[in-house]
Design a protein. Structure first.
Length: 137
């Protein structure tokens, strides 16, 4: 990782820390130029979606006027959570570099249980989903 990227990530993480946020920061580069940068703002904005990676993606979409970022790279201070990984994948970013491995430091707080529900209209939902996905292929 080059020094410029590292310094910018540290500066943003420090900014988050001073604002009582989890000090995670992210950058998106296109052709080796920073096009977006962000840090966590969950506490500031009172919004659980305001992770550095998500905010960085949103800024990139706006700046480039498109959602497909397949020609971009992301740099993050901490390995992205599952939500961010999915959002990054949806944006088609092919390479993400992170400094620290997340491990289990955040998962111990998430106790959400997911369960598929039974619905008598399941076939109708399936039919509609198939129609839509067949149209966009």
């Amino acid at each position: 990782m080059n020094t410029k990227i590292s310094k910018e990530l540290f500066k943003l993480s420090n900014k988050a820390y001073k604002k009582n946020e989890i000090p995670v920061s992210a950058l998106i580069l296109k052709s080796n130029k920073i096009i977006a940068k962000a840090y966590n703002q969950k506490n500031i904005k009172r919004n659980s979606l305001y992770h550095a990676e998500i905010l960085c993606l949103l800024k990139s979409f706006k700046k480039l006027k498109r959602w497909n970022l397949s020609d971009c790279e992301m740099y993050v201070t901490l390995e992205p959570c599952d939500m961010c990984k999915e959002a990054i994948s949806e944006a088609r970013i092919k390479k993400v570099y992170y400094i620290l491995k997340k491990g289990n430091i955040t998962n111990k707080y998430n106790k959400t249980i997911y369960e598929q529900m039974y619905d008598i209209n399941k076939e109708k939902f399936q039919k509609n989903m198939s129609k839509i996905f067949n149209k966009i292929r």
